[in-house]
Design a protein around this ligand. Sequence first.
Ligand code: BEZ
Length: 268
Amino acid sequence: MNWAVTTYDSAFGYVSAHGAPLVDLLDPQPGEKIIDLGCGTGTFTAEIAERGAEVLGIDAAPEMIAQATALYPGLSFAVGDAHTFTTAMPYDAVASNAALHWMTRDPDSVIAQVHAALRPGGRFVGELGGAGNCAELIVAMQTAWRVFGLGEPDLPWYFPSPAEYATRLEDGGFTVRLLEHADRPTRMVEGPDGAADWVRVYARSALADVPPELVDPLLERVNELAAPALRRESGWVADYVRLRFAAVRKPDGTAPMPEGPPLNGGAP
Ligand code: BEZ
């Protein structure tokens, strides 16, 4: 599952995304104005700030922003929804690490807001779960839910294919400079109980409708089903697949026109 589309450009002095920190692909410059979209508790925001950029972390969850502000009191954070956020000034770059896959409502409106926040030539650099992400975990969940007579689990993520996301970026007024889709097996460090702990942390909405007395046996079954693929002697490994991209906002005047007739009815 190592399907990769990669194009390089001298604007990105970067050779391979495999394992390299995302901040190196972003390559923040001192004084640049950068947004960290879906900043969570601010870890990536702080990495960007360490390079000398002026960074604003945005997240939809007030509790994340509260935690980020407590951890990094010298940095700027704001509560905002990526589907609707606006900015008072143009930014040099928008970056996003492991957050875009939670923004499921309308990926195109997220891209449109990022476009509006950037100056022409500004960069949009990100990493999210790509198609096939967590496939073994998801199949284990779906099977366990079925075995227990429950409906389909609610899976609150968006894991696009590279082709789909590239098309969305191009249609949204960006030139795609780099796009990688790669397996990234990742040690599960959230808890000792492997896939069950992962579901408790990352798929809480799927557990919301499960009768409380079924939760433990259900998650035990998830562990049994996922173990052959994901449990190693050294511990549990999540079957993450990453989609990593770098895109540039096209110059003004090249963004596609909105669909529908022009407001003046097409008159010259
Ligand atoms: C991830 O790919 O980073 C991820 C996906 C779903 C839930 C949590 C994390």
